[in-house]
Ligand binder design. Sequence first.
Ligand code: HEC
Length: 149
Amino acid sequence: MKNNLSNHAIFKKAPLALLALLVFGFGLWAQQDQPPAKPPATEYKIPPEAAAKVNPVKPGPESLAKGKKLYGFDCEMCHGKNGDGKGDMATDIKNVTDFTNPDALKNRTDGELFYVIRKGKGEMPPEGDRAKDDDIWHLVNYVRSLAKK
Ligand code: HEC
């Protein structure tokens, strides 16, 4: 038996109504996504629970290889190919951390580095949500491996 339910008006109009809803919904969402006004510069604080986070990723060859790849895309332009803080953009941005200096990250926990990479710091932009947790841990492992022995 032929089902003529699909000829019903509501099914003909439904795609249009859906589209309208989507457009409207997107508009609302886009509005919400506006970054809030920049707060006044305050001292950079890392929450203690973030600093205490334990790195679940072992700094083995696989993690370092993944970290190196991501570093090439997102970090090298400032921190430099070898991590010396002399990337192409470092002429405009001062005090880019030199990872080859073994003292640079000595007093930092992995959790603190994770936080800085995820959230950004000073002139350093945040990785934000574009990186998965594990990717950030790979980056933590990789930047640590750049310290001169
Ligand atoms: C636009 C340039 C820029 C990019 C891109 C950048 N950084 Fe940085 N980074 C900086 C600057 C500048 C500092 C020093 C920030 C400060 O202390 O105010 C810094 C500091 C750091 C520190 C040390 C933070 C601390 O307080 O001990 C780590 C770790 C770090 N960056 C990792 C990364 C990683 C990993 C990436 C790539 C995902 C990256 N950075 C991308 C500019 C950059």
